[in-house]
Design a protein around this ligand. Structure first.
Ligand SMILES: NC(=O)c1ccc[n+]([C@@H]2O[C@H](COP(=O)([O-])OP(=O)(O)OC[C@H]3O[C@@H](n4cnc5c(N)ncnc54)[C@H](OP(=O)(O)O)[C@@H]3O)[C@@H](O)[C@H]2O)c1
Length: 319
């Protein structure tokens, strides 16, 4: 049975009062569990949600926690929404101790408001623009951290290593598959953190990517109807432990470690993984904080730099 990697208890008791965190996709799953823990430690948490009413409802349970919370609207599939969120945040706050780029989806064929393939457009390009717009505030608040939620699926599909297809980022010429598009976006999340770490070296802002584990959450609702996910959850429940399926609180542990561990900055740009039976090779399945991704493309500095340059242009920040 895979062992769940857990934060050291003393990290989860650190006093975070006065610190400001943004968590995207804070109304559900690992984003909600991460927010709850930060609030328990006294932080101010900005829950960035595309459905603010869902965020308010989810955070209503946290009213008694010592921290303070604020729900703001953010639709990562719209650059206009990302820009509006950043402008409003910067108008309200002078500091940002950490940005948790947590929101994510696996979606059927579709486009963002700005015309990009929906998986990479939401999971990577939306977060890329958000990060760039908040970078000066993060630098001014240093030491500060950026955590990008990736996934074990960034490694491979069958025998093929995942890469970024710059010739057809938006699946205009190749056959579309939700899982392939999602995997490409999750490699982009990992490379984003890696390149941020390189670019921000010496600034006091550090960046990490995370596989949070296989979590029982709303994830997958875009490609699987609710009743089918319910049925699957029920059928899998007896095997949950064996398969390493986690509850959201366990799924938040890797992100919380990257946010709170004193030694994380020594591993700037690294990939941190919860256990996963989905790693092709047994030796990786225990996960690691940090661990070396088995995908060679995750270590390709030129690929990370190209992704940075292309993303900058696509989100309209070039020049
Ligand atoms: N669950 C897993 O097993 C697993 C495994 C590996 C990696 N991950 C990663 O972990 C992260 C969190 O997933 P989860 O399991 O917590 O899933 P979840 O319960 O489905 O939560 C995802 C969050 O992302 C939000 N979101 C989706 N599209 C958005 C958009 N356009 N703008 C803003 N927010 C948006 C969702 O908002 P709505 O509620 O409005 O949809 C929700 O709050 C994701 O990045 C995912 O790729 C999950």
């Amino acid at each position: 049975m895979p062992k769940v990697l857990r934060c050291q208890p003393q990290l989860l008791q650190k006093d975070l009062s006065g610190r400001v965190y943004i968590v995207t996709g804070a109304n559900s799953g690992t984003g909600l569990a991460t927010s709850e823990q930060l609030l328990r430690q006294g932080a101010h948490v900005v829950g960035a949600c595309r459905r603010p009413a869902a965020g308010e409802a989810a955070f209503a349970n946290f009213a008694r926690l010592p921290g303070t919370a604020e729900i703001m609207t953010l639709d990562l599939a719209s650059f206009a929404s990302v820009r509006q969120f950043a402008a409003e945040f910067l108008a309200r706050h002078q500091r940002l101790d950490a940005l948790v780029n947590n929101a994510g989806l696996v979606a059927p064929e579709g486009r963002t408001e700005d015309g990009f393939e929906i998986n990479i457009g939401t999971n990577h390009l939306g977060h890329f623009l958000l990060t760039e717009l908040l970078l000066d505030c993060l630098k001014a608040s240093a030491p500060a951290r950026i955590v990008c939620l990736s996934s074990v699926v960034h490694v491979s599909r069958g025998a093929t290593e995942i890469t970024i297809d710059f010739d057809d980022l938006n699946y205009e010429t190749r056959a579309f598959s939700s899982m392939a598009a999602y995997a490409q976006s999750k490699l982009a999340n990992l490379l984003h953190a890696k390149e941020l770490a390189r670019r921000l070296e010496g600034s006091g802002v550090t960046a990490y990517s995370v596989h949070p584990g296989w979590i029982r959450s709303n994830f997958g609702s875009g490609i699987m109807p609710g009743w089918l996910r319910g049925l699957m959850n029920l059928a899998l429940r007896p095997f949950s432990g064996m398969m390493g399926i986690l509850n959201p609180e366990e799924g938040a542990q890797t992100t919380l470690h990257c946010l709170l561990a004193d030694d994380a900055p020594q591993h700037n740009g690294a990939y941190y993984s919860q256990n996963s039976i989905l790693y092709p090779q047994r030796e990786h399945r225990a996960g690691g904080w940090p661990m070396r991704s088995p995908n060679p493309n995750a270590h390709d500095a030129a690929l990370a730099q190209k992704l940075d340059a292309v993303s900058r242009e696509l989100v309209g920040l070039d020049g």
